[in-house]
Design a protein around this ligand. Structure first.
Ligand code: AMP
Length: 192
């Protein structure tokens, strides 16, 4: 199995690249942001709980997020691997993911981080907001808070996997196909 964490700030292109990676490698894409938006649009108790945090650009509590992620993984055991997108977002979630994969003698294969500057991110998210229908893409102060939360709470996840020799930085600016090529080169290298 190949289990990837697609990492990077909001608006760094994780969703776009994940869709292309699914096509090429047949992995299951698990985006916790997408899962929350699905729950939200169906007004489920989980969605209602997540709403306030999402509207502020804050992280949804770990117990809720980890439980949801766990259910998704457990419901899909027969896949060649997973692409985790938007998860883990802090060290507690990283440890929970490692423990979850360990239950089936699996592990994170690599964390691939898309590097994009703050200004480019804000520009991209504002552009995406026109069509994404995401409330948190429309307000620049919420976008900036998401970037702050990423820097404060989420960047330690990179160091966590870097210490295990699993973290790689990928230049996230340029043509979508060129970025995809860089990601594939890393994955093919891991795959041997
Ligand atoms: P995203 O689509 O990944 O940008 O996520 C949108 C929002 O969903 C975030 O701003 C958080 O409020 C929430 N969210 C998504 N993934 C997580 C996570 N792993 N932990 C906590 N909150 C999350």
């Amino acid at each position: 199995m190949i289990n990837l964490i697609l990492f990077g700030p909001p608006g760094s292109g994780k969703g776009t690249q994940a869709a292309m990676l699914v096509e090429r490698y047949g992995l299951l894409h698990i985006s916790t942001g997408d899962l929350f938006r699905y729950e939200l649009s169906n007004d489920t108790p989980l969605g209602i709980e997540a709403r306030g945090y999402m509207q502020k650009g804050e992280l949804v509590p770990d117990s809720v997020t980890i439980g949801m992620l766990r259910n998704k993984v457990k419901a899909n055991p027969d896949v060649p691997g997973y692409i985790f997108d938007g998860f883990p977002r802090n060290i507690i979630q990283s440890e929970a993911l490692d423990a979850l994969l360990e239950e089936t003698e699996q592990a994170v294969s690599a964390l691939l981080m898309l590097e994009v500057s703050d200004e480019e991110i804000v520009k991209r998210i504002v552009g995406r907001g026109a069509t994404s229908g995401r409330a948190d893409d429309l307000d620049e102060s919420i976008i900036r808070n998401r970037i702050e939360v990423y820097k404060k709470e989420t960047t330690p996840v990179f160091d966590y996997y870097d210490r295990l020799g699993k973290a790689k930085k990928i230049q996230g600016v340029g043509a979508i196909e060129a970025i995809f090529g860089r990601l594939c080169a890393e994955i093919d290298h891991i795959n041997g």
